[in-house]
Design a protein around this ligand. Structure first.
Ligand SMILES: *Cc1c(COP(=O)(O)O)cnc(C)c1O
Length: 418
């Protein structure tokens, strides 16, 4: 499942001792396993082989160039959400024919760059956006390919902030508007609408919500057929859940077994956009204990990493397993594991039972590969931490720790203050 395992009571990433990396580069840092990345990608590829999908890794989950390159080497395409991600993808030599672009708020510049790059399609999230794409295509004299992101209005049992497939949410086009839009597609002569896109949310551990969404898609496709509209692609989005705590997520194979019949029924070319499933358990965040504080009411383990490095616990109340990098026989204690940032929301765990730790012990925050580094900020003037990629017994820093110069880059004192 992943390659972070204890050998001789020491946490390893593949054949590398986590404590060796800490010694060499200091803490905190993110650590990724090349083998886990490849393994998770391959699991999806094998499970869905009957429909031979284009598997577009959702770059927003982890945009590190070495991580993305690892997946490109395996034949992945990319799901992007901004011009920055497009530029990064092209810099890495990604095949534009395997890039899809979703975002509710694409700027004219982003649309124009995506069209000129010749990406597979833009996932359109509103009628005004489609009008804008049509206008830009005409100007560029280059037809844009688009898929309509429909909002199937199905509930997914996941945190509200990562639910996207209900009409309460800003994403996608409701089915009625989508049907109307298809009927009036001659209003958009400079775009080819040749696909449907859905993405109902993230960290979904069961197939039911996906199946409910697929049933709506199939109904919708039948309606389109009546109107004599045929499409080429179905982009089924991402959202496959992983284990953080005690979830029992379906495996890629179990998911495929349940969903493939519906995918095959559409007879469309399938695009997938997994993010978390590929990178989530392929990375950890390593941090060092600075102090143990006991205020008579509760204990706090104060570590050198903070919410600015890994915001998931603060933002989504997400659970991450936290383990000492060296296994000890010490009795357990209950404590909050907190960072140095001046916010009460700066915590990795609350009332967590962990082995008794002491100053300078290393802790691994598990399953931190997705939506970890990419959401990091410089809050409290804290430099972003390094990212390290392990392959076998080798490791390399694939993003350097930021310096003070990075932190103040672009800032200036205006003349009138001098
Ligand atoms: C975020 C996102 C994904 C990836 O979601 P995961 O839950 O990480 O698999 C895929 N598609 C779209 C449109 C997204 O916004």
């Amino acid at each position: 499942m992943h390659d972070f395992i204890f050998k001789n009571n020491e946490l390893h990433c593949e054949a590398v001792k986590v404590s060796d990396v800490a010694e060499q580069i200091g803490t905190p840092f993110y650590l990724y396993s090349h083998h886990s990345l490849v393994d998770h990608f391959t699991k999806i590829k094998k499970a869905f082989a009957p429909v031979d999908p284009i598997i577009c890794f959702a770059m927003k989950a982890n945009g590190n160039m070495a991580v993305v390159k690892t997946l490109l080497n395996e034949g992945a395409g990319l799901d992007i959400v901004s011009k920055g991600e497009l530029e990064k993808a092209l810099t890495l030599g990604a095949d534009p024919k395997k890039i899809v672009f979703a975002s509710v708020g694409k700027t004219a510049e982003e649309i124009s760059q995506a069209i000129r790059a010749g990406i597979l399609f833009l996932n359109v999230e509103s009628v005004p956006e489609l009008e804008e794409i049509n206008r830009i295509s005409q100007k560029l004299n280059q037809k844009a390919r688009v898929a309509l992101r429909i909002n199937p209005d199905v509930e997914a049992p996941t945190h509200s902030f990562i639910k996207t497939g209900t009409l309460e949410k800003k994403f996608g086009i409701d089915l009625r508007s989508a049907r109307r839009l298809f009927k009036s597609r001659s209003r958009f002569p400079f775009v080819t609408i040749n696909g449907l896109h859905i993405h109902i949310g993230s960290q979904i551990t069961e197939s039911q919500p996906f199946i409910r969404a697929m049933k709506k898609v199939i109904e919708f496709l039948q309606a389109l057929r009546k109107d004599n509209i045929r499409l080429e692609y179905l982009d089924m989005g991402g959202g496959m859940g992983i284990i953080y705590k005690d979830e029992k997520p379906q495996t890629a194979q179990e998911f495929a077994n349940r969903i493939l019949p519906y995918l095959e029924q559409t007879q469309l070319k399938i695009v997938m956009e997994p993010g978390r499933f590929i990178v989530g358990n392929a990375g950890i965040f390593v941090t060092k204990v600075l102090y143990i504080k006991d205020n008579g009411f509760k204990k706090f383990v104060i570590v050198d990493g903070g919410m600015n490095d890994l915001i998931r616990p603060s933002l989504y109340h997400a659970y991450h397993e936290i383990v000492p990098v060296k296994k000890t026989k010490s009795p357990s204690m209950k404590a909050d594991i907190v960072g140095p940032v001046c916010e009460s929301g700066d915590f990795f765990a609350k009332d967590r039972r962990i082995p008794r730790v002491k100053k300078d012990d290393l802790l691994a925050v598990m399953s931190a590969g997705a939506y970890g580094y990419v959401m990091a900020s410089n809050y409290n003037m804290r430099p972003r931490v390094p990212e390290v990629l392990v392959k076998g017994d080798r490791f390399e820093v694939v993003k350097e720790r930021e310096t003070f110069a990075d932190l103040i880059r672009g800032e200036r004192i205006p003349e009138f203050l001098k």
